[in-house]
Design a binder for this molecule. Structure first.
Ligand code: SF4
Length: 238
């Protein structure tokens, strides 16, 4: 059964500041197989998988194969699949939409303007995400507040009206990058190799680059755009 907004807001109040495992335990008990973790195979997402897997080894994981991911993402996905014995529910974009985009605008139209970039993210990410969430009552992310100016007031549990009125669970939202890394090392969580090469944030290969020490963690995402635009439509700008 889908949650009500009141139920989610009450849970958000009750579990504000709770441990990530307690947040996930509540969510898994409440939603069961109608909960899934959305993973880009960043270190945060893999830590969320590890915590959730300890609560329920059958927890579902899905990922968006945009067609433009770096090979390191696929390698990390395979390590996650092997370590946890979890099927990765890959979601592909609509074939005809991608073919039309690439035939009419070429392979790098996203560099031409914000609208063109949103069109590509819409086809390759937003629509497939909507399909992945259609049968769910809750989804789990590895978002952290310090990642972006658009995430500074994101709560642990929120009402996701944009995806039909479901719960969005952000169990590591308050964690620092150091906490995430310590947890991953201690628990031998698969770590995306690009993190070691200066990529704090993982996305599509042509839209993500390494950042300099001290730069904002998402400075390497769509680096030609302003900071307030650095979302792909998967997570709303607040
Ligand atoms: S991140 Fe870049 S390549 Fe990936 S969907 Fe968005 S615009 Fe397209």
């Amino acid at each position: 059964m889908k949650p009500t907004q009141t139920e989610i807001e009450e849970a958000a109040t009750r579990l504000a500041g709770a441990e990530a495992a307690d947040i996930l335990r509540w969510a898994i008990e409440r939603f069961g197989r109608r909960l899934a973790i959305a993973s880009s195979f960043s270190i945060e997402d893999c830590v969320a998988i590890d915590i959730a897997h300890a609560v329920d080894p059958g927890v579902r994981v899905f990922a968006l194969d945009t067609g433009r991911l770096p090979d390191e993402t696929y390698m990390t996905a395979e390590r996650v699949r092997a370590k946890y014995g979890t099927e990765i529910e890959w979601q592909f974009p609509d074939r005809e939409a991608v073919e039309h985009l690439e035939r009419t605008k070429g392979l790098y139209s996203f560099r031409d303007s914000l609208d063109e970039r949103h069109e590509c993210c819409g086809i390759r990410k937003v629509v497939p995400l909507g399909r992945a969430l259609a049968d769910l009552g809750a989804w789990v992310t590895g978002l952290r507040r310090e990642q972006s100016v658009t995430r500074t007031d994101t709560p642990e549990i929120e009402w996701d009206a944009e995806h039909g009125g479901i719960a969005k669970i952000n169990p590591v939202i308050t964690w620092t990058a150091g906490q995430v890394r310590s947890y991953a090392l201690e628990r031998r969580v698969p770590i995306h190799p690009l993190h070691e090469r200066g990529y704090p944030s993982i996305g599509c290969a042509p839209c993500t680059r390494a950042v300099a020490p001290g730069d904002h963690p998402r400075a390497g995402r769509w680096w030609w755009e302003n900071p307030e635009n650095k979302e792909c439509g998967l997570h709303p700008v607040r």
